[in-house]
Design a protein around this ligand. Structure first.
Ligand code: FAD
Length: 433
């Protein structure tokens, strides 16, 4: 079969690799060469690459780990214990293990105990549907108390979902609890995984595998997809190419798909129910670490960024040279004026706040920086979301949709993107031509 795949991120490249391995002819469309890897793409630094957006994986991420193994990259997997912190009321608290929780002074002892219990017992909820009718807010208040909710969970939900925070389903937070509970080797020890040289090594490798079998990667955005005679699918790209495929797979957001196709109104209405938060992520290369934490959640009202991820406090790689790598991240609506601000404006606001959080931080220590934006960074997960999930089949015969928005009840992540790419490849191979 000849298959056109739109999107050279984790989902599209996994599907392309598996289809090409089975002897199908594949063309992967990506907007440009710099966009390969999608959200998990990377930029060069010294002798290595570093993710545009911070990434780690968990020991339970078996789909991506088996792909890494299949490609002979397991020797490059690094597993390290993170040190996490919570910035609240002008102070930075350690927040890595149960001892940190027990000694956390900002909430009462009973609330702390209830929080620990909620995480431990999350695995006992067998069916996510039991939580589809309750918001994360109400579930957290029920399980951990209002004090813990207001001081810890509310800022965390706002850090991810901004003005949608109060509408997020209990399924989303329950899943996070369940995931973190299941990745601990023992109650106090959790290891996070990183691929030496960035996760882009995996995606570059998948692209190489695809290309090695006489397939192509087209560095140009698809601008239209339409049905062609005989149940085939035609893809037109910005560079003027117009190719007819037996089947096509679209791996970006349903909203973007709608911009390329003529769909019936009822399908278009369904895609409108799928909403995303955007993300701004500033990568800073600095001479000195700003803290000794890997992951700091900033639980302050009106903070311009809500996460400070100091990658080199988890992974120290000589290939980074003398550089420390720090990410400052914020999720927001694409309509938020700040999302459209210039890189210089964003940098100025982020750096001023960084200096406030860490008075020892010296802007003269900055060796370089980038500001990356992702419009489709995190699907919003409202109540009864299972009813919104779109099937892989679309109203256009032999055109399939597989991406982040269909990962449910789990949340987006590279592991699930790999799983989705695998499932899509199987459906394309088994559905009739
Ligand atoms: C800030 C942030 C932090 C994250 N941290 C982690 C983490 O720690 N661990 C983890 O596992 N995951 C993390 N993730 C999630 C992870 O990056 C994603 O789940 C995964 O990369 C999604 O891959 P994908 O292929 O489904 O989508 P994408 O990466 O979005 O790929 C879709 C691709 O389609 C392309 N495209 C769109 N339209 C067109 C068109 N018309 N023509 C051609 N190409 C097109 C886009 O350019 C893009 O490359 C994080 C995400 C963000 C935003």
């Amino acid at each position: 079969m000849e298959i056109g795949i739109i999107g050279g991120g984790a989902t599209g490249l996994t599907a392309g690799y598996l289809l090409s391995k089975k002897g199908h002819t594949v063309a992967v469309y990506e907007k440009s060469e710099e966009d390969l890897g999608g959200i998990a793409g990377a930029v060069p630094i010294h002798n290595a690459y570093i993710d545009k957006f911070y990434h780690h994986i968990f020991t339970s991420d078996t789909d991506i780990l088996s792909l890494i193994e299949e490609l002979g990259l397991s020797g490059d997997m690094l597993w390290e214990e993170p040190k996490n912190g919570l910035y609240l009321n002008g102070k930075l608290y350690p927040f890595t293990n149960p001892i940190d929780l027990i000694t956390f002074p900002e909430i009462g002892l009973v609330s702390r105990f209830r929080m620990g219990l909620a995480v431990l017992l999350a695995k006992n909820v067998r069916d996510f549907r039991d939580l589809e009718d309750i918001t994360a807010k109400d579930w957290l208040i029920q399980k951990t108390g209002r004090d813990a909710y207001e001081k810890i969970w509310q800022p965390l939900l706002y850090s991810k979902f901004d003005r949608d925070a109060d509408q997020i389903s209990g399924v989303w937070i329950w899943n996070k609890f369940k995931l973190r509970g299941s990745t601990r080797q023992n109650i106090s020890k959790e290891c996070l995984g990183y691929l030496r040289g960035s996760f882009f090594s995996l995606y570059r490798r998948l692209a190489e595998e695809i290309l090695s079998r006489q397939n192509i990667v087209i560095p140009s955005p698809a601008v239209s997809i339409s049905p062609a005679p005989g149940g085939k699918v035609q893809i037109q790209s910005e560079n003027g190419m117009n190719i007819i495929y037996d089947k096509a797979l679209f791996t970006a957001s349903p909203g973007e798909l709608c911009q390329l196709c003529e769909f019936p109104e009822d399908y278009r209405q369904k895609t409108l129910k799928i909403r995303y938060k955007a993300n701004i992520c500033m990568t800073l290369f600095v001479k000195k670490p700003v803290s000794d934490y890997y992951w700091i959640t900033v639980a302050e009202e009106n903070a311009p960024f809500v996460l400070c991820v100091e990658h080199t406090n988890l992974i120290r790689d000589p290939d980074y040279g003398d550089c420390h790598i720090l990410y400052l991240s914020r999720y927001l609506d694409v309509s938020d004026l700040f999302f459209g601000a210039s890189d210089d404006e964003i940098s100025a606001v982020f750096l001023a706040y960084l200096s406030r959080l860490f008075p020892g931080f010296d802007p003269d220590d900055i060796l370089g920086s980038h500001v990356f934006r992702s419009t489709y960074a995190q699907p919003v997960v409202p109540l009864r979301h299972s009813g919104n999930i779109l099937p892989m089949e679309t109203p256009i015969e032999n055109l399939y949709l597989a991406g982040m928005s269909q990962i449910y009840p789990e949340d987006r992540g590279q592991n699930y993107a790999v799983r989705m790419g695998r499932e899509a490849a199987e459906i394309l191979m088994t559905s009739k031509e």
